[in-house]
Design a protein around this ligand. Structure first.
Ligand code: GLN
Length: 384
């Protein structure tokens, strides 16, 4: 049961698993919710963040102090619903203003039953998460506020993000097709592990017909669409649990079909090649992260949302079951692996978001790299 908080001052409290708590007011739905506390540094694009399926089971803290200024519209969502399990803001806009807005963010959170909290010192909370690392959290408001000990016990009873297998919970149940815009040049099978709407769109703009397949798709399902290329999407959860996707990707690599992966897809390529993955202390989330493309030396400003990363050597070419592989992209803040490519067959992936709907669009060239791999493969097939 949730009730309206708009115009009222219903008390709310945020409780971290290490016992630190923050008091504020209910924002969105009233009740209780749990998840992994993470912070996002994006100053814009909150609708895209809220509806990104990779945020399933995460409570997102916005470091931007003013949230909701442009309200909510029907064009910007990345999927059919809000996926964050809770939302933490400092100072919500009282009067949203934008020509596309049809409602306020507060109303939308409430409509979708998403429990949030406002009036929190999000700077202190973010500094705490940066020092101690991402951790479990609960937000309680209205009647859900009980004793500190009870609330903390509930937080500690929640599952951790490490070891969480979540793709199947967010993936499409049925396959669907996103048609190419203009002349159709290629067919791509896209394995949906939590895909964002803008990803097939960016491919369609390049003449790709995208067959989006459920996370449970087998290699036979992938090849049933007769693809020129195969794509593995972003998605929530711990990549160490994604054994099925890793097996399907290995089958694609065996056949040397052009392959592209984004975010979870990058972690799955890492695993398919024999590298490990690990949990970052507090992850990368926002739309202002500097990444270097080591193949060109260029630096791009990029959108990120990841809490795990691939453990691959930065400065040496690795021998893998699918030939030589190298790290193509690194995050300039902390040297985390942000991209991989195979040198002996057409396969590559990035840990960040070239499709970034709210921008920046510096990394859009990666979709052109994918189409170039498919063109080359087609020309080679014709020559053979
Ligand atoms: N956006 C993503 O695909 C995230 C991948 C993975 N769930 C992580 O947190 O690292």
């Amino acid at each position: 049961m949730t009730t309206s908080t708009r115009g009222t001052r219903v008390p709310a409290v945020l409780v971290l698993e290490d016992g630190r708590s923050f008091r504020g007011r209910a924002y969105g739905a009233v009740g209780e919710t749990f998840g992994e506390a993470v912070f996002s540094t994006g100053m814009t694009g909150y609708q895209e963040t809220l509806t990104d399926p990779s945020y399933h089971r995460q409570v997102v803290v916005m470091t931007a102090p003013h949230v909701g200024n442009t309200g909510v519209n029907d064009e910007d969502p990345e999927s059919a619903r809000i996926w964050v399990s809770g939302y933490v803001v400092r100072d919500p806009a009282r009067t949203p203003s934008n020509w596309r807005a049809t409602r306020s963010l507060d109303e939308e959170l409430e409509r979708q039953g998403v429990v949030g909290i406002s009036g929190v010192d999000t700077r202190a909370l973010t500094r705490h998460l940066r020092e101690r690392g991402a951790m479990r959290v609960g937000i309680f408001s209205g009647d859900a506020v009980t004793s500190d000990a009870d609330m903390l016990a509930k937080v500690k009873a929640q599952p951790e993000m490490k070891g969480a297998d979540l793709s199947a919970q967010v993936s499409t149940k049925e396959p669907y097709v996103v048609p190419a815009i203009g002349e159709k040049k290629f067919t791509v099978a896209a394995v949906d592990l939590g895909i964002k709407g803008m990803t097939p769109q960016r491919m369609a703009e390049r003449g790709i017909e995208v067959h989006v397949l459920p996370a449970t798709a087998t290699a036979d399902d992938v090849y049933a669409v007769n693809p020129d290329g195969v794509f593995f999407s972003n998605g929530p959860g711990d990549p160490a649990t994604a054994d099925h996707a890793v097996a399907v990707m290995r089958a694609v690599l065996e056949r040397r079909t052009p392959l592209f992966g984004i975010c979870f897809g990058n972690q799955i390529l890492g695993r398919a090649l024999g590298f490990g993955t690990y949990k970052l202390k507090y992850g990368h989330r926002g739309i202002n992260q500097p990444v270097q493309d080591r193949t060109t030396g260029k630096v791009e400003v990029t959108a990120h949302n990841h809490g795990f990363a691939v453990d691959a050597p930065l400065d040496t070419v690795s021998d893998t079951p699918f030939g030589r592989a190298e790290v193509t992209h690194v995050c300039l803040n902390d040297n985390v692996v942000e991209g991989l490519q195979l040198l002996d067959q057409p396969a590559f992936s990035v840990q960040y978001h070239p499709e970034a709907a709210a921008g920046p669009h510096d990394a859009a060239y990666l979709f052109d790299r994918f189409t170039a791999l498919m063109s080359t493969a087609q020309m080679e097939a014709e020559r053979a």
